[in-house]
Structures are given as C-alpha cells and as structure tokens.
Design a protein around this ligand. Structure first.
Ligand SMILES: Nc1ncnc2c1ncn2[C@@H]1O[C@H](COP(=O)(O)OP(=O)(O)OP(=O)(O)O)[C@@H](O)[C@H]1O
Ligand SMILES: [Mg+2]
Length: 219
C-alpha cells in the first residue's frame, strides 16, 4: 500500500543526513513499529509518511502513485489519520464533537453519525459523561484515547502514531495496542507506530529499527 523509494532526509546538510536510500514497504491489514534512539529521526520519518513534510531525496508512493502527485493536502485529508504525541484535539470541544468534526472534514462513511462516534469512544473506554465534557477536562491518557478513536471514525487507510502510549500506564498501554491491532486487522488499515517501548514494538506485526541512518527489520 505505502512504499518509500530511495527516501532520504536531512535538515541542514546532506552529510548530516538522518537517513538515506530507504526502501520500505508497508502493507494494509498490518501493524508496524518504528524504534530507534532518541534523535535518530523517527518523528521526521513519520512526518514524511504523513505528508507533513517533503523528502530531500526519493519519494513515497501510495498504491503506486507518488504522494506529491496526489497532492500533500489531498493526501493528508483523504488517506492519512495521525495520532500526534500531543493529541491535537480541539480543546474547546467535547470528545464527541472532536470525532464528528474530524468525520465532517475528512473522508468518512459515517459523517454526522453521532451514535457511531459514541460507540468508538465507548470502545476506547470513555464513559458517556466523559465524551460530552470539554476535552481539556480529561486526563492525558483519556485525550490520547480520543485521538485514537478519531482515527477509527475516518476512512483513511493509513494510520500513523508518534509515541501513542507515551503517557499511558501499563494497563492502558496494553489496551491501546490492542485497539491499534484491531484497526489493522479488523479495519484492514496500515498502522505505523513510533515507540520507545519494547512491549509495544513486540506487539506489532513487524518492527523496524532506525540506526546508523538505516532501517533494519527486527521482527
Ligand atoms: N526543525 C528542525 N531543524 C533542525 N533539526 C531538527 C529539526 N527537527 C528535528 N531536528 C533534529 O533531527 C534529529 C531527528 O529528530 P526527530 O524528532 O526525528 O528524532 P526522533 O527519533 O523522533 O527522537 P525522539 O525519540 O527523541 O522523539 C534530531 O537530532 C533533531 O535535533
Ligand atoms: Mg520523536
């Protein structure tokens, strides 16, 4: 579904590249972990896959079409759902309205379906009372779960997440990983998760390590 062709990125000079000549393939119905030392370039790599930044070398293809041909704005709107480390929810809205807004502005087969959105939030363990509160009144972990529910409401076949369990305890981490596995296996999406946690990486179908400017398959 998603392929990187000879992908390279550097911030200032090519001699200091984060990675170069990256040829990877990510399939739908599969979950992937990206691990690596702090500062190795994981978030940067994810931002290229999400169409938030342009590669310095090479290109990314979605189902055989270069994403710059699709147009990055269009690509982000129709094909990618992102879970940021800092959730990026609308703070002045309830979880329910966050989901309904995301469904309204992106591709979703459930536009306006409040019951569907509520069901997704319930699946992620939010109570009916919590889903109507302002999101600012929720804990970090609860907000993180709203951000994950949001990806489940939209049709985007690619879900990328940066440290989605960074703020969660062990029990919630297990739960969230389980949900990501369901998104991959039951919704037939391609899920790519950047993580520091080896338990999270092990739970994914495949794991890549970014080290010495290269991605190596670990499992
Ligand atoms: N806008 C920027 N301008 C210049 N250098 C940057 C910029 N953003 C990040 N970097 C540098 O690029 C490198 C990779 O950053 P990135 O955020 O991709 O790493 P990471 O692997 O996600 O790290 P962490 O695990 O700590 O989140 C770092 O050394 C960082 O200092
Ligand atoms: Mg990072």
């Amino acid at each position: 579904m998603l392929k990187t062709n000879d992908l390279g990125y550097w911030y200032d000079r090519q001699e200091n590249s984060l990675f170069e000549h990256v040829d990877l393939e990510f399939k739908s119905g599969t979950s992937y972990a990206i691990v690596g030392q702090s500062g190795s370039g994981k978030t940067t790599f994810l931002s290229l896959l999400a169409g938030l930044d342009k590669p310095r070398a090479g290109q990314i293809e979605l189902n055989g079409q270069p994403i710059n041909k699709i147009g990055l704005t269009n690509y982000r709107k129709s094909h990618v759902a992102i879970v940021f480390q800092s959730y990026n929810l609308f703070n002045y809205m309830s979880p329910l309205n966050n989901l309904l807004t995301a469904m309204a502005v992106t591709e979703s087969s459930h536009k306006g379906d409040k019951a569907f959105a509520a069901d997704m939030l319930r699946k992620l363990g939010l109570t009916d009372e919590q889903m109507k509160k302002n999101v600012q009144k929720l804990s970090g972990g609860q907000q993180q779960r709203v951000a994950i529910a949001r990806t489940m409401c939209c049709d985007a076949k690619l879900v990328v997440a940066d440290e989605p369990t960074g703020n969660l305890d062990e029990e919630n981490t297990k739960f969230v990983i389980d949900q990501f596995q369901k998104i991959a296996h039951e919704q037939n999406k391609c899920v790519i998760i950047v993580t520091h946690e080896s338990d999270v990486a092990k739970a994914c179908d495949h794991s890549y390590r970014l080290a010495k400017h290269e991605f190596a398959l670990e499992s």
